[in-house]
Write a protein that binds this ligand. Structure first.
Ligand code: URA
Ligand code: SF4
Length: 226
């Protein structure tokens, strides 16, 4: 069966055990060309979990999420929003780098629905072992993974949203068996906060304005914790 579920040991109680197991995932074809699985990292008792899209070129080489340019920008924004960088956990909706080779360059390709769906069990497993108060969804890919395909980041960014009881298992996701330790429905009632992806800030015509928008959205989360 496709998907990551069969690679998740049901007795993996900790993030470290999950991370170790994720190294062998072949739940979709992305493992073939990427260097390695890039699992989440950070404070396991984090009050805030940030979910990005997928590792980029640098993350793929280092094996760590958010260590490239987008990650640098994100960490600056986290700081500027008043969130404690030591109290966050960073992960991605898809755990392998998807790219297209152009000459020697590896060009980022947005993951498709099949990759998001295949990889979602890892994200669900992470949530089952974390206990966040706020989950920040960075951009459309993470939003699709957690809120379903109809969610529009541009419309609902910067708003604290309830954990999506009805939207969490839309049709496309019901084929994906969820982790035995708990579905998203069983996860603690974190609130969701959607914002743009840090890479979108780097691509924006007006980077300063886009950056301020990202910080403003993250500040909504920081205030909710205080
Ligand atoms: N972009 C992401 O979404 N995640 C990373 O880890 C790096 C860049
Ligand atoms: Fe497994 Fe996700 Fe990598 Fe696909 S992208 S092989 S589902 S870890």
């Amino acid at each position: 069966a496709p998907g990551a579920q069969r690679f998740i040991p049901p007795d993996a109680d900790t993030i470290d055990e999950l991370r170790a197991a994720s190294g062998g995932c072949q739940g979709c074809e992305l493992y073939r060309d990427a260097t390695q699985t890039v699992f989440g990292r950070g404070d396991e008792s984090a009050r805030v979990v940030l979910v990005g899209e997928q590792p980029g070129d640098m993350e793929d080489q280092k094996g760590l999420p958010f260590v490239g340019p987008a990650g640098r920008l994100l960490r600056r924004a986290v700081d500027d929003a008043g969130l404690d960088p030591g109290q966050i956990y960073l992960t991605n909706a898809v755990k392998h780098f998807r790219f297209e080779l152009r000459g020697k360059r590896r060009i980022h390709q947005t993951p498709d629905r099949v990759h998001i769906t295949a990889c979602r069990p890892w994200l669900v497993a992470e949530f089952a072992r974390l206990d966040p108060e706020i989950v920040v969804v960075l951009g459309a890919t993470a939003a699709k993974a957690l809120l379903g395909p109809a969610f529009r980041v541009t419309k609902q960014r910067g708003e604290l949203l309830p954990w999506p009881a009805s939207a969490q298992h839309p049709e496309d996701f019901t084929q994906v068996p969820v982790d035995s330790a708990g579905t998203l429905a069983d996860a603690p009632p974190a609130r969701l906060l959607a914002t743009i992806h840090p890479s979108a800030v780097l691509r924006a015509d007006d980077q300063d304005k886009a950056y301020e928008g990202l910080v403003a959205d993250l500040t909504v989360g920081a205030r909710a914790l205080a």
